[in-house]
Structure formats: structure tokens, C-alpha cells
Design a binder for this molecule. Structure first.
Ligand code: ADP
Length: 180
């Protein structure tokens, strides 16, 4: 296996990504996007020149909102954030990151329970694409308990969603449940 000295990414004095825009990708399922996701994407938007929120299509997993609906929700939530784009992610994240010329993958870490899975994914993605670092950001402690699954459970039981998701998302969830 290559040592530190053979790894071009770790050569001192070289800026990752050269002199171009520093682009990061924030991938996820976002089913639905929550205030926790928004917290992370706002933090990442400040760290990088450009951020692409990549909505995983994952046709094998059944989702509450379709990928197109999740894309549109995130577009609505990021309106006015000039350096943030939203796209659908098809296929392997490591390849997508390479195609886009990204220097980083951003993930949120809520609690120790996220760590093992995220650690495994980060090291796998590094093996697949050594040019891209995974960067972990911590949300405000108000959102460390929050997950999309929790939001769906509360919604299905008729609970108040405003503390967990922005109004645009709360409205869309209610509309969807009414049609079910
Ligand atoms: P995935 O299926 O890829 O885990 P999610 O939409 O569940 O997709 O999460 C996408 C990313 O956002 C993950 O890194 C996850 O840890 C992070 N995340 C989810 N909820 C929160 C939250 N409440 N606070 C901070 N990060 C979060």
C-alpha cells in the first residue's frame, strides 16, 4: 500500500483542488430534509466556495418523497443561497465527486451512533477516490437527536412538525399524507 510520501493529496504545500473553486458535496437521502440537514448545509456553505447538495436516488429503497420531490424541496430551502446547488445523485458517490471536481464530501455527525457507519463510508470513499476528503460537521445541539425517520413517525401520528422541519417541508408532508 502507498505510504504518506507517495500520496499526492498529502504532499505539503499543495492546495487541495489547485487554485480553482473549492467545491464540496453534501450527499444524503433527505427524506425529508430537516432542520438538522439545513444546519449542516449552512455551515458547509460557509466553508467552501461551492456546495452541491446531492440527493440520493436509491431506487432500491422505498422513500416517502420521490427523488424529484426531495430535490424540489431542497431547491426551495436553498433559494437565495448563491453558492449552493441541488442535484440528484445517481450511482457511486466517489465517481460523482470526481466528475464534479469536488475536494470534499460533507457529512453530519449527530452522536456516537452515527460514527461507525460514517467511518466505514469515509474510508471506503477514500479508497475509491483518494482525491476527496470526507469532512464531518456537527449540528447545533438542538438537532443532535433529529432524524428524517423521526420526522416521518411524528407526521404519521399527527404531531406538530415545526420544531423539526422548515415550514415548506411541513406543508409538503401534510399535503402528501392527506393524499395517502
Ligand atoms: P443517508 O441515508 O445518506 O444517511 P440522511 O438524509 O439520513 O442520508 O443524512 C444525510 C447526512 O446528514 C448524514 O451525514 C447524516 O448524518 C446527516 N444528518 C441527518 N440528520 C442530521 C441532523 N439532525 N443533524 C446533523 N446531521 C444530520
Amino acid at each position: 500500500m502507498a505510504g504518506i510520501e507517495d500520496n499526492p493529496v498529502l504532499r505539503p504545500g499543495e492546495r487541495q483542488g489547485g487554485v480553482g473553486l473549492r467545491l464540496a458535496i453534501y450527499p444524503g437521502t433527505f427524506d425529508p430534509p430537516t432542520r438538522g440537514h439545513l444546519d449542516i448545509l449552512l455551515r458547509a456553505g460557509k466553508l467552501f466556495d461551492k456546495l452541491i447538495v446531492a440527493v440520493a436516488e436509491n431506487p432500491l429503497k422505498s422513500s416517502f418523497f420521490s427523488a424529484k420531490e426531495r430535490l424540489n424541496l431542497l431547491k426551495g430551502l436553498t433559494e437565495g443561497m448563491d453558492n449552493v446547488d441541488v442535484e440528484i445523485l445517481k450511482g457511486l458517490l466517489a465517481n460523482y465527486a470526481q466528475r464534479k471536481g469536488a475536494i470534499a464530501i460533507v457529512r453530519g455527525l449527530r452522536a456516537i451512533s452515527d460514527f461507525e457507519y460514517e467511518f466505514q463510508m469515509a474510508l471506503t470513499n477514500r479508497r475509491l477516490n483518494p482525491q476527496v476528503e470526507t469532512v464531518f460537521l456537527m449540528p447545533s445541539e438542538n438537532y443532535t437527536f433529529l432524524s428524517s425517520t423521526l420526522v416521518k413517525n411524528i407526521a404519521e401520528l399527527g404531531g406538530e412538525l415545526s420544531a423539526f422541519v422548515p415550514p415548506l417541508v411541513a406543508e409538503s408532508i401534510k399535503r402528501k399524507l392527506r393524499r395517502k
